[in-house]
Design a protein around this ligand. Structure first.
Ligand code: HEM
Length: 178
């Protein structure tokens, strides 16, 4: 252990009495600290108590902000009010939630993480999903999390999603280049 670093980010853990074993040493690849990972994992476990509902909430927000992307989906011809009942809409909502779960679970396994994220990017290219669409999804996810989580937690998610989506975009580019 390299000792306690009293940087800004560690102030809360320094003041709080419980010993959580969290440190602020950044991962050499993702730059995420143990505290970032702890905050991401603990908030995510709350969101995953009702994955389908929260996935639907996320995608509903996403399509309200960016209705153009609806055209890419098989449910494009049904009225937006009926999305919540549509099985393919719920399936994609669920997939996005479980993919986020895989990211959270793989935070300590960078090789697996990179593999999962690259594949998410490359598998969407045939569906005409652009890099901008992924960035828009990331922004809406952070917007939703800002409504659900505390500022420090949202900041940890922002760091995590910035690195995760940068790898997804590499996956998109890897197909486009070939
Ligand atoms: C982290 C981000 C995302 C994850 C993890 C994700 C995950 C998935 C998964 C697991 C599937 C079905 C399995 C497969 O790959 O064949 C899928 C399908 C699909 N995704 Fe995503 N997706 C993401 C973002 C997006 C975005 C930003 C868009 C477009 C705006 C999009 C559009 C689609 C479409 C059109 C399908 C096919 C749906 C169907 O045929 O029912 N996805 N996605």
């Amino acid at each position: 252990m390299s000792g306690i670093r009293k940087t800004m980010g560690s102030v809360a853990s320094y003041i709080l009495p419980q010993n959580t074993g969290k440190t602020d040493d950044p991962d050499p690849v993702t730059k995420l600290t143990s505290r970032d990972k702890y905050l991401v994992r603990s908030t995510w476990s709350k969101a995953m108590k009702t994955p389908a509902d929260n996935g639907v909430l996320l995608l509903t927000m996403f399509f309200e902000k960016h209705p153009d992307y609806i055209q890419l989906f098989p449910f494009k011809d049904i009225p937006q009010e009926e999305f919540k009942q549509n099985v393919r809409f719920r399936a994609h909502a669920n997939s996005v939630m479980y993919a986020l779960s895989s990211i959270v679970d793989a935070l300590n396994d960078n090789e697996l993480l990179i593999q999962l994220l690259t594949k998410t990017g490359s598998s969407h290219v045939p569906r005409k999903v652009t890099p901008e669409a992924f960035i828009h999804l990331k922004e809406v996810t952070l917007e939703l999390f800002a409504q659900l989580f505390k500022p420090e937690e949202v900041e940890a998610w922002k760091k995590t999603l910035d690195v995760a989506f940068s790898v997804i975009l590499k996956g998109v580019e890897s197909v486009k280049d070939t």
